[in-house]
Design a protein around this ligand. Structure first.
Ligand code: IMP
Ligand code: MG
Length: 174
């Protein structure tokens, strides 16, 4: 049976907010080259929409990580499934994520990537669920939306690999 999905953020709301964040990032990095790191697979829709709206020079790289652990809870031990193609040495790096939940994935990833000596490294996320945060040290510079503790899909986010292609953010009703 098809799942019922309640709209939390419409396509228009998401796109309008990405416009704002893109302007903010373009201002903050004025005169610099920005190296975007898309965290696959969830971050891919947001990364593309964001990148299209940036007015500064941008380069892109992709990384795929999987957290050891079952179901919807991440364990914090992250396996790099696909590493970056390029070094980060001396670059202005912005990590682009779909959602920060417990923060375990990003806490681990930031430690690894900082060791590669970027000039700077910041974090940008489409969604943040701060109520769920376990790793309080994760500092998010750019957040599009802060949402309540609900499991969401769409705009790259999946439930069992489904619904990534929805152009809006929704909640799967059980
Ligand atoms: P964290 O390590 O707990 O912050 O987990 C972050 C990852 O868990 C995200 O990159 C998503 O892949 C996944 N995740 C967390 N919450 C949701 C959700 O509401 N919907 C879909 N995936 C989620
Ligand atoms: Mg993810």
């Amino acid at each position: 049976m098809a799942d019922k999905i309640r709209v939390l953020l419409t396509e228009e709301e998401v796109n309008a907010r990405i416009n704002e964040i893109a302007q903010e990032i373009s201002r903050d990095y004025e005169g610099k080259n920005l190296h975007l790191i898309c965290i696959l697979k969830g971050g891919v829709f947001f990364t593309c929409e964001l990148a299209k709206r940036l007015t500064i020079p941008v380069s892109l790289d992709f990384m795929s990580v999987s957290s050891y652990g079952k179901g919807t809870v991440s364990s914090g031990v992250v396996k790099i499934v696909k590493d970056l193609d390029e070094p980060l040495e001396g670059k202005e790096v912005l990590i682009v994520e779909d959602i920060i939940d417990s923060g375990r994935t990003l806490a681990y990833l930031m430690e690894i990537l900082k060791q590669r000596n970027p000039k700077s490294i910041q974090l940008c996320t489409l969604l943040d669920k701060p109520e769920r945060r376990v790793k309080k040290q994760v500092q998010v510079t750019y957040t599009c939306f802060t949402i309540p503790d609900e499991f969401v899909v769409g705009y790259g986010l999946d439930y069992d690999q489904k619904y990534r292609n929805l152009p809006y953010i929704g909640v799967v009703e059980q």
